[in-house]
Design a binder for this molecule. Sequence first.
Ligand code: ZN
Length: 200
Amino acid sequence: MGAVAGPEIERLVQLLARLPGLGPRSARRAALHLIKKREALMIPLSSAMQVALDKVQVCKTCGSIDTQNPCTVCIDPKRDPSIIVVVADVADLWALERANATQGRYHVLGATLSPLDGVGPQDLTIEALVARAHDAQVHEVILALNATVDGQTTAHYITDLLQDANVKVTRLAHGVPVGGELDYLDEGTLSAAMRQRTLF
Ligand code: ZN
């Protein structure tokens, strides 16, 4: 498709198309929507982005992203300081929060170990995690990592490093999703669910 508008609008479309979940067509639709809703949407969005740009920082305790440091979760007194939930990415932290899955605090690794992509332990915040796990008030480290080869490699690596910390290291159960039908599950999920069966 050739240009149907000036370079300024085409640039807006191209930038929007780089957002996750937006392809070229939906980016074009989003750009048009923004332009039509200039007062109600585009101006507030643009200033919200500017404010976020000025204020967003990485939490020096857990590695999450927030406009304050330490972040909102780290300073929340209702959070259980005895539990650290380890996630690869801030998106995973947000997903667990959406699900209201834990009252613990978090630790964001920044990625998972991936030897093929050249991601090693020094690229992750593992050292800081080990230091936090040695805090006397921490009793459990929950590894909430992806059920992928890289996620599980990372989980094993961290578990080894936490051997001499006085904490219980747990990981998420891998199994039949809520509402899931056995017939539709892949073999890996099904065999993991069988291995990790629980008493009824
Ligand atoms: Zn934090």
